[in-house]
Design a protein around this ligand. Sequence first.
Ligand code: PLP
Length: 383
Amino acid sequence: MDLNSVYQRLNTGSKKWSHYPNDVLPMWVADMDFPVAEPILQALKGRLEHPLLGYSVAQDALRQTLVTHLANHYDWHILPEDLVFLPGVEPGVNMALNTLAPSGSGVLVQTPNYAPLLSAPANWKLPRVDLPFRADANGQYPTDLAALYKALPSVGSLLLSNPHNPLGKVFDREELRAIGDACVQHDVLIISDEIHADILFDGRRHTPIAALDPEIAARCVTLMSASKAWNIAGMKTAFAVIQNAELRERFNEGRMGLVDSVNVLGLEATQAAYRHGAPWLAHVNAYLQDNRDYLADAIKTRFPGIHMNLPQSTYLAWLDCSALDIEHPQRFFLTQAKVALSEGLEFGDNCGQFVRLNFGCPRPMLEEALLRMERSLQQLRDR
Ligand SMILES: Cc1ncc(COP(=O)(O)O)c(C=O)c1O
């Protein structure tokens, strides 16, 4: 599999490639510029041999595939009936808040964070309570447990992003245990967005917070999908794991008329990804880790005004451009370098000097983006 080949995606309906003019290199929304794994393509083609595409539901085989994946990869032991299939993680987060968060209760969200997680509480008229991350001297982002303990008594739920977008942080077991235990103590619902769980660098393992303890699991809605790791976001297929039957029932009642069933092809793609997609994913994770290291080295040696901490997961780099002394870094790179990055302010109120760069692309594309950015800064200095 050659991940260095750049695929032409203009005129394919791609959101990433149609949002900006054609001369802009899109390094923003979280999808990768890699072709989908062969077993997934074969499963889709195979399904299309049958010319009927009616309403579909997850079959036992898919449920069993997921149960096995969670057990083998995260030592998380669930039952097939704990799974609820959804057309996306974002709808799942919103459904959980709408149906399970106590009315009017606060929602604790770590900042910066993925924009739809930040905005979700307001969708349901729930106040958002921010819990900021601060990088330590080693470039890690530990949860501020003292601030968490202070905030928990006054909120009804916690929204977790693990692995974290945009910081690329993989939460470790001890940290999750401290967070989970405190949520049990204060009777706080945990909504854990684990969509990036299978993208892991440097030999790391992913820990679902619900896997730590049955008492923690009893208050968890965990959301997962093959969409990020296997690059099938357009399939719009995800799943929730809700081990507490009472929570699951309320969650399912809340979907009525709002959140529909899952796409027929999405179910096929999900099954193929988790069952046969491991070799492809191992190759892609290694490639992404190399891209991450190449990017980090380029930032260090060629961009003295930009700082980046190493992401431990995701193909997203959170770049601190404060030292560039540019009023609006995202707009600068878009207009002057013709490189579209994600705007820091989407992820938090104090993040105007940050941009998020998607390095889930062939190396030549990453090189081109960095070259364009470097030239734009050189031109600025020459002015
Ligand atoms: C942390 C996180 N959650 C959710 C989503 C979106 O998930 P979905 O497309 O399944 O709604 C993304 C997409 O980038 C994400 O990064």
